[in-house]
Design a protein around this ligand. Sequence first.
Ligand code: GAL
Length: 469
Amino acid sequence: MAVLSIKYKFPENFWWGAATSGPQTEGRFNKKHANVFDHWFDIEKEAFFNGIGPNVASNFYNSYKEDIKLMADIGLDSLRTSIQWTRLIKDFETAEVDEEAVVFYNRVIDELIKNKIIPVINLQHFDLPVELYDKYGGWESKHVIALFVLFAEKCFELFGDRVKNWITFNEPMVIVEGQYLYQFHYPNLVDGKKAVQVLYNLNLASAKVIAAFKQSKCAKQGGEIGVVLNLTPAYPRSQADEDVKAAAFVEDFFNKSFLDPAVKGEFTPSLVQTLQADGVLWESTPEELMIIKNNTIDFLGVNYYQPRRAKSKEVAWDIEKSWMPNKYFDDYEMPGRRMNPYRGWEIYPQALYDIAINIRDYYNNIRWYVSENGMGVEGEENYRNADGLIEDIYRIDFYEEHLTYLHKAIQEGSNCFGFHAWTPIDCWSWSNAYKNRYGYIAVDLATQIKTIKKSGYWIKNVAKNNGFS
Ligand code: GAL
């Protein structure tokens, strides 16, 4: 029998999985508290594409069994989802739990394990309880960090016997950008000084959760904890000094601000210098900085969708204006760049190679995995063929291109142990709601009927062969 040779073969035990989150899939069924997005939808439906909010999402609360079965059917071996703080906890100050929620998350975890899918559990996916924002200013407050640690400890205690892979935060930088700078997360503030404090507080919160994890039984039995960062490599418009400087600031502020403390336990000196000179540096204590120093991650998750391109400022920053990171750069729209027109994001697969090599060379070659990568497309119903199959060839091409660059970096020694697509089943995406679909599996919103797309059959093969040709 001819042996099929696989051109791009991945390391043994490589994860072929997918990622999603509680607030984007479960729906609000039986949930006793609102997170910031639930609340935003309750007060301003028009802010969401087609007025669709998180109330039903993809109905995972009710259909988790069937959904997990479908994930197993397409060969996924691991799934990242999140536990919602606003579901699990009844009283935020004491971390008293809601028993119904405990039952639900236990069932989800058991069902995953039964289907041979490794559960990777994230503790925070943009779903801050709105009460904690109203009462304390959310992530601006160190008291809220303490409450988040209580919630995390509860999770380790309740589920740590079966969940061995934990994540503290998904894309903490997006909280800073969305909530405090660029107005795409409730309450849509524009406040550079607060943004910088929140950036620091989120790093501290992650380190404190890691410290708590180390004390848990789960850690003592070999469990591990990491963080998921959206790394958007910053490429300068040109090699001219001014452009290179602009891109270096973007790198410091949007990538290294979380990557350095998470892996090395320290903030980037050039970032600290700039923020200090501008009078906007965060408030910290020596004790807190020691906590950050001593509680770095076991592994890293990298979400990659798009690069950033920067150039020097066209018009000098008006110093009368309050501080914003944009003081130091302009975004650069590179002529001829390849775009995903639906999401408005550039497609640049080479960046995944650059990220991998950067981790290898400057971040101790830490063990890492691609925790999200994917392509959101509008109107996928148009690609349904006569047999009812959505032929999402563009998605398969997108993944193969990214995986080719990832494979090359692994060949060159980058310590990557897995690839998670965003997302297994079409899910709700914040203010874009169900505009762009990302799943291997489609959901019909009217009926909640779920069907495997062509890419679902593709990943099944890739997982089976541990690679592709
Ligand atoms: C990521 C985020 C996900 C998902 C995805 C696609 O930034 O982590 O929650 O929404 O974008 O839009």
